[in-house]
Design a protein around this ligand. Sequence first.
Ligand SMILES: Cc1cc2nc3c(=O)[nH]c(=O)nc-3n(C[C@H](O)[C@H](O)[C@H](O)COP(=O)(O)OP(=O)(O)OC[C@H]3O[C@@H](n4cnc5c(N)ncnc54)[C@H](O)[C@@H]3O)c2cc1C
Length: 643
Amino acid sequence: MIGNLDPKVPSGPLAQKWQSHRDHSRLVSPNNRRKFEIIVVGSGLAGGSAAATLGELGYRVKCFCYQDSPRRAHSIAAQGGINAAKNYQNDGDSVYRLFYDTIKGGDFRSREANVYRLAEVSTNIIDQCVAQGVPFAREYSGYLANRSFGGAQVSRTFYARGQTGQQLLLGCYQALCRQMAVGTVQMFPQTEMLDVVIVDGHAKGIVTRNLVSGKIDNCAADAVVLATGGYGNAFYLSTNARGCNVTATYRAYKKGALFANPCFTQIHPTCIPHSGDYQSKLTLMSESLRNDGRVWVPKRKEDSNKPPNETPEKDRDYYLERKYPSYGNLAPRDISSRAAKEVCDEGRGVGPGGRGVYLDFADAIKRLGENTIRERYGNLFEVYEKITGENAYKGPMRIYPAVHYTMGGLWVDYNLMSNVPGLFVIGEANFSDHGANRLGASALMQGLADGYFILPYTLPNYLAGQMGKRPSTDHAEFRKAESDVRTKIDNLLKINGKISLDSIHRELGALLWDKCGMARNAKGLQEALGKIPELRERFWREVRVPGDGEDFNQALERAGRVADFLEFAELMCIDALARDESCGAHFREEHQTPEGEALRDDEKFASVFAWEFQGGNGKIAAPKLHREPLHFETVHLTQRSYK
Ligand SMILES: Cc1cc2nc3c(=O)[nH]c(=O)nc-3n(C[C@H](O)[C@H](O)[C@H](O)COP(=O)(O)OP(=O)(O)OC[C@H]3O[C@@H](n4cnc5c(N)ncnc54)[C@H](O)[C@@H]3O)c2cc1C
């Protein structure tokens, strides 16, 4: 089925590829669009924008999500902002600069043509959202305001206080509601996709479980779009919503879709530190805070237990400003996270357990006044105070890196189609445009670019050849997929052991964080690869899943997701071991520069790793590696430097 891993990048100059591709793509005429049914799994910014736009074009869309409303998709949590190359600040921004920052930010492990297109359509997103009424922050003059995010020397981040994701999602949801009202989009909330159905090599449907009634159903379509978000919760503790999981993409992988760069995980430098063994969630303090907050630790370890105001200026180490003078506190996330780990490993970390660094607003408050800081970040300061009981207007915040975003995902070509024809993947669920490290405020940009502006052009190109090919759900492949789903559910309910799902998931998360987290090495990864199958066996022998499958049963939902994490974690470690270089967030301790920065090996690893599932009948075998070589025609590969 796989054949050559062809990214189908159009020929021609970089800046003209997307226009030329659109000019030459096949179309579906308005009268024929209603004859096509499209499944969109996911209603976050990527899925919601895709469903609304396809509905508006006249396709019949069925959109699924496991929350009780599309408005509760994890996208709602996004705080800091969304990038776009509008150059409203007149500070030298351009499509090329956003493209270059993104390629460099990702440590030269992303596809040039996709990233250029992303930068190009970024400007349309802001216009679209403003037209929907998204209340972006404005300057006194009325112009849209901008701030800076990591890895950029311009201000190109549009924001709505610390609630950008929520406001964008409300805009998108309105567009979706309009389509629901006119009947082009049918919404299926509280419905979980548990398998993809492949008929004659094409994705033609899904199997779902209604999370309220337990009813298993089939749905056939002409194409399936997965917009199911990221898998950071493999680590148990992350900044992701508790429900985020890998099930949809992992099960598609087991049906033949390639999983690309699964080990590329973003660890965000500014999160509230972990405070106890039974904590189930970590909280992000948006990167936007680094516009005004200064990161420091005491110069001497002896001072790390003192209250911050007892460490005078001369005894403070503003280590990001010292190490990366040109970007300072806005160094990219992978670099800032590792720098925080380094000072904590040296014993200079602050707060309980010494796993924290200060993010200090004293200078900004002195310069701009408390009111300005409150206007910019008020809700984030409130969240911080609610969780820690500390007032960050009076003393510095304590922060520490935490798992936040996954650059890995299902492999897609330039059309956002996986190697399985008819299976499209958008938003965080695909292996995206961010290479080995995503820059702040670029995930919302990518999700909305995919949903509003790219998929609506590339999907018809596929559909144009599919008229009349939608199978009936009576097809044998639907019956088989449904029966497999039922068997898996029965097996989970039959385990009847004594240990909780959380305890085993927590153990998996701790192992991944330790061996496949901010820093990895071959020995640790091999150890993890020895332990994960043991954990999986214990899961299937000893875990307890109460209740039954015919009802609302959240333990059963979680059990299926944890079972998938327990398989997927192995793929992450296999990928991390195979990529014997450091790049971006993938920091292999064996490969670093004398200054401790990531040391790439472009000759051997300037490629996407895309894994093919091997196994079957409940067994998993070593996956097969396919590579997509990355060709850099416009940018020159250099050692990434933010100094
Ligand atoms: C705390 C936090 C703050 C962030 N802040 C920013 C920011 O300021 N700027 C930025 O650019 N990025 C930010 N990000 C990243 C960004 O929010 C996400 O990458 C982005 O919102 C993902 O959107 P999505 O549409 O791809 O997926 P999601 O929003 O995660 O949506 C996934 C959808 O898929 C559905 N789904 C999943 N699995 C199934 C299944 N099996 N069956 C049915 N439905 C399913 C869910 O119900 C949901 O509707 C932040 C992330 C976090 C965690």
